[in-house]
Design a protein around this ligand. Structure first.
Ligand code: GTP
Ligand code: ZN
Length: 353
């Protein structure tokens, strides 16, 4: 496994640079549509031949899916480049937030994917880079800034390289006796953190897995329940003998801050939290809880009492070898802004509220 190639490719995509993605079925050259302009596009694609790669969900919104009769609903869709599709049109093809402001022209024509496995990996790479899953795509040779294989993209956020970087005492308002432990992986710039609260003994600790939510954790957003859940969890852990809050840098259920805010813009247009993710071309929940299991492993914790309403967190931890001895609910009152969000979690993602 080579985390370096994936890290370089992610960095290149975020900067608007071209990459080559190779898979067993072929190689494609890609440039993110997000952030592309006439100049960068002409540089990547001087002949105006690059096609446009989008998610199946986006293709469906563009009424393209049935042109292909694809067997695999996760397979991206390739739009044939027409002369009138410039960088601006490509942006409106890829960003559903713009649909109301710039109704799409069309007609668009789908073409067969040159390297389906490489194209699939490209969508995963977009999520890891926190960009919209939409690319200009070229076949054949040409200059690129980074090269990565589909296998390396698949393995990228494996937690095996995660290690404890440092630890320090951190009294917090919920408990004066807390210790913060930072975790690092050589491939990933974001550091995960654990807050160990109380006095460790042989009893199974109360654990809360919290995914980063800048809007809720920092600004007190009323759209979700993250901020109050974070503080309540710390108090519930402090009331127990001991426990750990794992703070995972999985903003927006793993799609990144910018894409989460795009999902919020779609929610402003009436879509719920589930449909907004899907419309952007992402999974409903893109998180992988094996990183939490690895952190617990590094802390020498094998069995936990898990504070959550989300059955997927229980299943995710158990699948990664951590025993969930008990699930403890975390219950908070709704407010008028997050009522619908909480109802969607209950009705569409199986949260036990
Ligand atoms: N994509 C997206 N992410 C959101 C939205 N609202 C909140 N989030 C993210 O959802 C994550 C919060 O989920 P968690 O607090 O782990 O909660 P949960 O999966 O609902 O499960 P429990 O709270 O444990 O029951 C954070 O990463 C938030 O940034 C949204 O509308 N769209
Ligand atoms: Zn939140």
């Amino acid at each position: 496994m080579n985390g370096r190639d994936a890290a370089r490719a992610i960095d290149a995509l975020r900067r608007g640079w071209a990459i080559r993605l190779t898979a067993s079925d072929g190689a494609i050259r890609l440039m993110a549509i997000e952030g592309a302009d006439a100049v960068t596009l002409a540089d990547f694609d001087p002949q105006g031949q690059a096609d446009i790669l989008i998610s199946a969900a986006r293709a469906e919104t563009l009424k393209l899916a049935n042109q292909l009769a694809a067997a695999d609903p996760d397979l991206p869709v390739l739009i044939e480049r027409a002369p009138w599709i410039d960088a601006d049109v490509a942006t409106s093809i890829s960003d559903p937030v713009l649909d109301l402001a710039s109704p799409l022209k069309g007609p668009f024509r789908a073409r067969a994917l040159p390297a389906p496995q490489a194209a699939k990996a490209a969508l995963r790479l977009a999520r890891l880079a926190g960009i919209l899953p939409a690319y200009f795509l070229l076949e054949g040779d040409g200059a690129v800034e980074a090269e990565v294989s589909a296998d390396d993209v698949g393995d990228y956020d494996d937690a095996i390289h995660l290690a404890i970087a440092t630890r320090a005492r951190l009294p917090v308002s919920a408990s004066e006796s807390a210790e913060i432990i930072a975790f690092r992986s050589p491939d990933e710039p974001r550091e995960h953190v654990a807050l160990v609260v109380g006095k460790r003994d042989a009893s199974p600790p109360v654990i809360r897995i919290h995914s980063e939510c800048l809007t809720g954790d920092v600004f007190g957003s009323l759209k979700c329940d993250c901020g109050p859940q974070l503080h309540q969890a710390l108090h519930q852990i402090a009331d127990a003998q001991w426990g750990v809050l794992l703070y995972l840098r999985q903003e927006g259920r793993g799609i990144g801050l910018v894409n989460k805010l795009r999902a919020y813009a779609l929610q402003d247009q009436g879509f719920d939290t589930v449909d907004a993710n899907v419309r952007l071309g992402f999974a409903i929940d893109a998180r992988d809880f094996s990183v939490a299991a690895r952190m617990l492993d590094l802390l020498g914790i094998g069995g936990v009492r898990l504070l959550t309403n989300n059955p997927q967190k229980v299943a995710g931890l158990q699948a990664s070898g951590i025993e969930v001895i008990e699930r403890l609910p975390i219950i908070l009152a709704a407010n008028p802004h997050n009522e619908r969000y909480l109802a969607t979690k209950r009705d569409r993602t199986g949260h036990q509220l």
